[in-house]
Design a protein around this ligand. Structure first.
Ligand code: ATP
Ligand code: MG
Length: 459
């Protein structure tokens, strides 16, 4: 039952259209497929145009001048047209993903229908070309209209082939604000344990996509479906930790979810909010009046986050930035320009504006208790920061007006004392940014510069 809808027209960019034409003119079938068809129907500009074809990889390579063997085993060749790459994949049937990573073996097929049947969700299983129109065998278009994530075929079977699809169901729902169709959701929840088999890298990619989506609160669905229990049990603990404290109105987990929603869809910010209170379950004490306290939780959060970020194989830069923000999220800021500059040195000048966003989201996910005071402190910190940043005050050693070579020229001998003098100059400049000129600093520190090291005195 080849359902082709010739009333649907998708504007295929010219380079992708050229690839389809060349394949078809050589006697093969060829369609754009998957995410780009889905996004086009939704009126969203696709970020890449994947092509599916009856042509075998060797035939694809023979038809185009520049190709890269991206995943030859899986039938994928990247065709390069004027520096732009297009993934062209041969129609295939996947075996089971035994290791939860790669299909055990893929078999090429000459049937588009078979290729579409191996895909995860109905909205991802549509193909299109100008000649045949939309090929939609599983009701993808209807599910798009109704806002439904529905497995292609039997959900239990599909999730047992590749457990990552369990997480993909939630992340696509979060991306588009869709619901997960009942049977698909039940199967996903009942099979969540299979995610144990899936590599950390693949899980991380789906978690990231969920976090930066318009509906990161669907993290709650991951919890309810028993999915976080498998790869992020620390979050389940948060969901189960109350915060009986005037500053709060949610459990730690619910507060976490609200705070994620409160920052821009940037991975560093959203990961920070996800992790910032992970230390609270362990830090929680309840006093004689029944009030919960979480003293020292940022340090514990940082420690737990370090393990998680390593476990999920985040890159070093993301890990370092997130850990700093997690550790500092509850710090009290000194509301003077010098205080802000010193804090910028501590956390890193680039991270400071992110810290302000983290703190703002944290506050907005708390109760109204003292909300105005908290926000006004943050507002003042922001104003001071803007001033410091706009003036370009020196907040890095590298921006100090005096360098090591200036000290040598002024008669100082290279050695550890030089570092001490530069550090003292930096301290001076953090207090008084106007003093960051070579002449002022060399004059003020003249004595320290000319002072002979103790061992060499009197020589
Ligand atoms: P995105 O916009 O996030 O890239 P996408 O739909 O293109 O969304 P990809 O992960 O790039 O998602 O995969 C491309 C297509 O390959 C999907 O649309 C789907 O048809 C198919 N696919 C990807 N991963 C799987 C999987 N694990 N199981 C089944 N089909 C999959
Ligand atoms: Mg894609």
């Amino acid at each position: 039952m080849m359902t082709e809808d010739r009333n649907v027209r998708i504007e295929i960019p010219s380079k992708a259209a050229r690839i389809l034409d060349r394949l078809m003119n050589a006697g093969h079938e060829a369609y754009v497929v998957g995410g780009c068809v889905r996004d086009s129907l939704l009126g969203i500009e696709p970020h890449d145009w994947d092509i599916t074809t009856s042509a075998r990889p060797e035939a694809v390579k023979a038809l185009f001048k520049k190709t890269v063997d991206t995943g030859l085993k899986h039938g994928t060749v990247t065709v390069l047209l004027q520096g732009e790459g297009f993934e062209v994949t041969t129609y295939r049937v996947d075996g089971a993903y035994k290791d939860g990573r790669h299909p055990e073996k893929v078999t090429f097929t000459s049937s588009l229908a078979e290729d579409l049947r191996r895909r995860d969700f109905t909205i991802n299983a549509m193909a299109y070309n100008d000649r045949d129109g939309l090929v939609d065998l599983f009701g993808g278009q209807k599910d798009l209209e109704e806002g439904l994530i529905r497995a292609v075929g039997c959900p239990r079977e599909r999730f047992s082939e590749d457990a990552l699809r369990i997480m993909r169901a939630v992340r696509f729902a979060a991306r588009f604000g869709f619901r997960i169709e009942e049977k698909t959701r039940e199967a996903a929840a009942s099979m969540a344990g299979n995610l144990k088999l899936v590599s950390a890298e693949r899980i991380r990619a789906e978690l990231d996509a969920l976090l930066v989506s318009p509906h990161p609160e669907m993290l709650r669905d991951l919890y309810e479906m028993g999915i976080t229990a498998v790869f992020l049990p620390e979050f389940d603990l948060c969901m189960e930790t109350p915060q009986v404290n005037p500053h709060h109105m949610y459990t730690v987990g619910e507060h976490t979810i609200q705070s994620i929603r409160g920052v821009a869809p940037d991975l560093t910010l959203r990961l920070t909010m996800l992790l910032h209170d992970f230390g609270k379950p362990a830090a929680r004490t309840t006093d004689s009046r029944g009030i919960d306290h979480f003293w020292g939780h940022p340090e514990i959060s940082e420690k737990i986050s370090r393990d998680i970020l390593r476990r999920l194989r985040y890159d070093n830069r993301t890990r370092d930035r997130v850990l700093k923000l997690v550790l500092c999220h509850d710090d009290i800021l000194r509301l003077t320009e010098a205080g802000i500059r010193r804090y910028m040195v501590k956390i890193g000048p680039d991270l400071f504006p992110l810290l302000l966003q983290v703190k703002a989201a944290d506050i907005r996910a708390q109760s109204m208790y003292m909300r105005a005071q908290k926000e006004s402190i943050l507002l003042r910190a922001g104003i001071l920061y803007e001033r410091v940043a706009r003036r370009g005050d020196c907040v890095r050693m590298a921006d100090l007006a005096v360098k090591g070579e200036d000290l040598i020229r002024a008669g100082m001998e290279p050695g550890p004392r030089m570092g001490e003098v530069l550090k003292a100059m930096f301290e001076e400049v953090l207090e008084n940014p106007r003093h960051n000129t070579r002449s002022w600093l060399l004059e003020r520190f003249g004595e320290e510069i000319s002072e002979k090291p103790p061992g060499k005195q009197g020589q």
